[in-house]
Design a protein around this ligand. Structure first.
Ligand code: 13P
Ligand code: SF4
Length: 331
């Protein structure tokens, strides 16, 4: 069995020899994050990886992220050390998307008056459905911009799958939102959200915010927009993973901050005065599945000519999902 140091050495050797770029999201374990060539939030990873010219992309993250690379650059070979799925992305499939459109139709809103937007945390089949209906993708860092542009078409926005991101953007923009099934007539809302969520970001509560504000008066609260609207409304800063990192790095050293996002990111942020905004460790189980040994095994499989966990997307799905992603990138 190889030690961590031996694994790192072997990975370095493979990287010198093979035409591979290693990509990692901020939520990856430290030892995996440290060996990556490209890191960033979901939007940055999609853009930087698309512009990279290695034959293989070894993506350390969750399924929808590797899939988005394959959709944008079908000629690249994308492999993932673990076939890890984002739990939120699995909350909606193509059929559930169609059923959501029908809820709007039943409320008297025809398809031509619906503009669907999917958070990038969704599988390619949902992105393809959205693309085919004239809609587009957004990420946590550009959702406001995408929705502002979309609203210019004067249509109702069907936002999937994250109800929190959809509601948070609506609140920021002074728009009316609802969640399918909450009893509101979709015709009365500007943004109609699907009822998906991230269980990791649901861990942060008002009790946590009140606890820190009482314990450390003057502390700042910074959270990801996948947190509940109540949490985002009470926070001092709301942003994507990269936006959170940039905000926190610029704070004076003695400024305390409690952060509402995944543990691995918060833990490597800043040695002092940075707290996890939860008494329960907010770990994303599937992001955490990827280990150095998995990265080593995938590199070995590429070297042996039989890559493990290679991502494939069928032609029709790829075509429409790409259109939905490119509409976002064009903005
Ligand atoms: P970012 O786009 O902010 O990196 O978020 C991805 C994610 O899955 C957050 O839970
Ligand atoms: Fe998905 Fe939540 Fe994990 Fe992000 S933290 S990858 S939204 S399950």
């Amino acid at each position: 069995q190889l030690t961590t140091e031996q694994l790192k050495e072997k990975i370095k050797e493979y990287k010198k020899r093979l035409n591979v770029t290693i990509v990692a999201h901020f939520y990856q374990r430290d030892e995996v994050f440290e060996i990556a060539d490209i890191t960033g939030d979901s939007l940055e990873l999609a853009i930087k990886t698309r512009d990279d010219d290695s034959e293989f992309v070894l993506f350390c993250g969750v399924g929808f992220m590797g899939q988005s690379v394959k959709v944008l650059s079908p000629n690249k070979r994308v492999v993932m050390p673990k076939a890890a799925c984002c739990a939120m992305a699995t909350m909606i499939d193509g059929m559930q998307f169609d059923a959501s459109v029908k809820v709007l139709n039943d409320a008297g809103i025809p398809n031509e008056n619906i503009l669907p937007i999917t958070y990038i945390n969704s599988n390619a089949d949902v992105k393809a459905k959205v693309g085919e209906m004239g809609g587009m993708v957004c990420t946590s860092s550009n959702a406001k911009k995408i929705i502002t542009t979309a609203l210019k078409e004067g249509k109702k926005i069907l936002f999937v799958p994250d109800r929190c991101l959809g509601q948070n953007i609506a609140n920021q923009m002074g728009l009316k939102s609802c969640v399918i099934g909450d009893g509101t007539n979709p015709a009365d809302a500007d943004i109609i959200c699907y009822n998906g969520f991230c269980s990791v970001h649901q861990l942060f509560t008002m009790d946590d915010i009140n606890f820190y504000r009482k314990k450390y008066p003057g502390i700042l609260i910074a959270v990801h927009p996948e947190c509940d609207p109540e949490i985002c409304n009470a926070a001092d800063f709301v942003g994507s993973t990269s936006q959170l990192i940039n905000y926190i790095k610029k704070l004076p050293e003695d400024q305390k901050v409690a952060v509402g996002t995944e543990f691995n990111l918060v833990n490597r942020l800043r040695p002092k005065n940075t707290f996890v905004l939860s008494s329960t460790k907010p770990e994303c189980p599937t992001m955490n599945e990827t280990t150095l040994k998995d990265v080593y095994d995938v590199l070995k499989s590429i070297d042996e000519g039989e890559p493990l966990n290679e991502i494939e997307v069928d032609e029709k799905t790829q075509k429409w999902a790409k259109i939905a992603l490119e509409r976002m990138l064009a903005l």
